[in-house]
Design a protein around this ligand. Structure first.
Ligand code: CO
Length: 442
């Protein structure tokens, strides 16, 4: 029984987000874009996640222009992006008209497949974006965010996947951002998902703990249709398993990808040359994560943050505080924006010497329900410490948001040249304004 497995190449998005703080420049992408277009990948992930933010904030690059350029240079390949549900490519919820416009513009500028997730697996935060994608005719992939906690189990994930398929999802992604999915769990999860839903399953994992290649192999045998990999120069560690390894392994099985290893080797050579311009960490396996369950990206951010504030000696204490805060707050998966929200509160709890003495606006909003429903209820005493007697909302958070496009158009009139610009401004007002001003002077 031959079954061809699809490969999504993450080189232009997750791989460099995971290993290079999302700093890969467009010139280095263009050096290999045409070769990548020849490979015959199922898709190439090129946009969304942190790339939008980084383009405007650090690279003085228009994220929309980047997308159009890649579209032009890769006319034959399906381009994919990662969308954080109602949070789009930023860190808080946006009104429905902004979600609709963003999705329409992403597709218009070249995206074929939109992978949508919500950090809390709250399907209400995915529904609007999913419907917007369906309206454009693009492929709507909805994600189940995988984490390990007493509040999460396989029947729970299956239930979420069923809801997403009922909403119209064209495929389901198992999004294992922390690389915690073991081969045995992958096999069981995929087997049960295949029984429950009738759409293709894609597996997205990170190599953080060293499980991912084995998890892919088990997942594929259980029925996964597509896996996410990164060309080897930007694979392993907190990035994806290497593309070439997966292609070679599958060649000798009934699941051949059909991809050309010598072409992949040439792409890898070019990327290796480009990497001389970047500071790439040693891509090691991190077994700490198996115990702490804190994603690798979050660990390195925490470490950098503490170094900056001369608090490195508090690292171990904070590492113990993160799971405590997470438990008290109903076990949110540690993925953007929840990883930042929980991480910052844990740091505050340790450095002030009194837990929840200082609370961020984000943690208050989370407890009020403004990010969605926590996986299990927040501990009542902790809720009281954070928002007092205030009652959390029970409606979908975005139902409380007034439309945003018109007002933003007025605010940024004169500097914004298109609706794409207006969207950049809504998502990152300061960085977008700076970018528009420098563009005007150029
Ligand atoms: Co990822």
């Amino acid at each position: 029984m031959q079954r061809k497995i699809g490969i999504t190449e993450t080189l232009f998005r997750d791989a460099h987000q995971s290993l290079l703080a999302t700093r890969l420049k467009i010139e280095h992408m263009l050096a290999v874009a045409e070769m990548i277009d020849e490979v015959g990948y199922h898709s190439v992930e090129v946009w969304g996640g942190a790339t939008f933010d980084t383009c405007l904030r650090y690279l003085n690059e228009d994220p929309w222009e980047r997308l159009r350029t890649l579209r032009k240079r890769m006319p034959r390949t399906k381009l994919q992006m990662l969308l954080r549900g109602q949070n789009l490519v930023a860190y808080r919820q946006y009104p429905d008209d902004v979600v609709d416009t963003f999705v329409a513009k992403a597709v218009e500028n070249g995206i074929d497949i939109i992978r949508i997730f919500d950090a809390l697996n709250d399907t209400r935060n995915i529904e609007r974006a999913l419907r917007a994608v369906k309206k454009t005719g693009a492929h709507a992939q909805a994600s189940v965010v995988y984490t390990v906690s007493p509040a999460h189990d396989i029947p729970g994930y299956v239930k979420i996947a069923k809801e997403l398929v009922e909403m119209g999802a064209d495929s389901i992604c198992i999004k294992d951002m922390a690389g915690l999915l073991t081969p045995a769990r992958a096999s069981e999860l995929v087997r049960q998902l295949k029984q429950a839903v009738n759409v293709p399953i894609q597996l997205h994992s990170h190599y953080t703990c060293g499980f991912a290649s084995m998890a892919y192999w088990e997942g594929i045998q259980a029925g996964v249709a597509v896996v996410d990999t990164a060309i080897s120069a930007l694979a392993l560690g907190t990035s994806q398993p290497p593309t070439e390894t997966m292609v070679k392994v599958l060649q000798e099985t009934d699941y051949d990808t059909g991809l050309d290893l010598s072409l992949l080797a040439r792409i890898n050579q070019e990327i290796k040359k480009a990497l001389a311009d970047y500071k790439k960490p040693q891509a090691a396996v991190n077994t700490e994560v198996m115990v702490s369950q804190i994603p690798g990206g979050m660990l390195s951010n925490l470490r950098a943050q503490l170094e900056q504030q001369k608090l490195s000696h508090k690292y171990d204490e904070i590492l113990e505080e993160v799971p405590r805060v997470r438990k008290e707050l109903g076990y949110p998966p540690l993925v953007t924006p929840m990883s930042q929200i929980i991480g910052t509160q844990a740091v505050l709890n340790v450095i002030t010497g009194e837990r929840y003495k200082i609370k961020t606006k984000e943690i208050k909003d989370y407890v009020k329900g403004l990010y969605g429903r926590p996986p299990v209820p927040i501990e009542p005493e902790v809720q009281k410490m954070i928002i007092g007697d205030e009652k959390p909302i029970t409606v979908r958070p975005a139902d409380l948001l007034a439309p945003g496009m018109e007002e933003a158009r007025k605010e940024i009139k004169g500097l914004a040249a298109s609706d794409e610009d207006v969207l950049s401004y809504i998502l990152f007002p300061e960085y977008a304004r700076q970018f528009f001003l420098s563009r005007k002077q150029a």
